[in-house]
Design a protein around this ligand. Structure first.
Ligand code: COA
Length: 180
C-alpha cells in the first residue's frame, strides 16, 4: 500500500508497507443440554424470534398471542424438559429446541440475528441423534409457516395442515414428520 523510509546510522532504508484484512474472530458455538437459569434467556429468545421473524407469516394479533406476553419465566421454567437443548455463541443462547422421548419436537427456534447461519441444522442433527438413541422411529413437529421450508429441507413431510387455537387467535401450522 506504500513505501516508507527509515534511517539507521547514515544509511537510509526503504520499506514496503503491506496490508492484509484480518477476518473478524468467529464466535465459539457450542451445544448443550439446558440447565437451571436458562428459562429467562430462552423465553426472551422465543418471544423475540416470533416478533421479528415469524411476523412475516402471521398477523400482528397472531404474533402477540403466540408470544404469550403474560407467561412468566417461572411458568416457562416449569415446562422446560430435560431434553431441551441450547446452542450458545460466545456464551449467549442463540437457539433452542425441546424434544420428547417419542420424537416430538415441541419448540425449535433460532435467534432473529442468527437466522440462516446453520444453527438450525446443528440443532436438528443433534435431535436426530438423541431421538434415535431414545428408540424413536421418527421425529415430528407442529411446524410454522415460517419454518416449513427448513423442515422440508431436513427431510420432513407434511402430514396435515392445521388451524390451532392460541389465546384468542387461530394459527396455521403443519404437522410434519421425518421417519428414520
Ligand atoms: C426454522 C429455523 C429454526 C431454521 O434455522 P436456521 O438456523 O435459520 O436454519 P439453517 O441456517 O441451518 O438452514 C438449513 C437449511 O434450510 C434452509 N432454510 C432455512 N430457512 C429457510 C426458508 N425460510 N426458506 C427456504 N429455505 C430455508 C437453508 O437455506 C438451509 O439450506 P441448505 O441446507 O441448502 O444450506 C429458523 O428460521 C427460525 O428460528 N424460524 C422462526 C421460528 C420458527 O418458526 N420455529 C419453528 C416453530 S414450529
Amino acid at each position: 500500500m506504500g513505501e516508507d523510509l527509515f534511517q539507521l546510522g547514515r544509511t537510509v532504508y526503504e520499506d514496503w508497507l503491506l496490508q492484509r484484512d484480518v477476518q473478524p474472530a468467529r464466535p465459539l458455538v457450542t451445544l448443550r443440554r439446558c440447565r437451571s437459569g436458562d428459562a429467562g434467556p430462552i423465553l426472551a429468545l422465543f418471544r423475540d424470534t416470533i416478533r421479528r421473524v415469524n411476523r412475516r407469516d402471521y398477523t400482528a394479533a397472531q404474533v402477540e398471542a403466540w408470544a404469550q406476553p403474560d407467561l412468566t419465566v417461572h411458568a416457562w421454567s416449569a415446562r422446560l424438559r430435560d431434553a431441551t437443548f441450547v446452542v450458545e455463541a460466545d456464551g449467549q443462547i442463540v437457539a433452542f429446541a425441546e424434544l420428547d422421548p417419542d420424537g416430538h419436537i415441541d419448540c425449535f427456534f433460532c435467534h432473529a440475528d442468527w437466522q440462516g447461519q446453520g444453527l438450525g441444522s446443528l440443532l436438528m442433527e443433534h435431535l436426530v441423534c438423541e431421538a434415535r438413541a431414545a428408540g424413536a422411529e421418527s421425529l415430528y413437529a407442529e411446524v410454522s409457516l415460517t419454518a416449513r421450508p427448513f423442515f422440508e429441507r431436513k427431510g420432513f413431510a407434511v402430514e396435515a395442515q392445521q388451524e390451532v387455537p392460541v389465546g384468542k387467535q387461530r394459527l396455521t401450522n403443519f404437522r410434519m414428520r421425518r421417519r428414520f
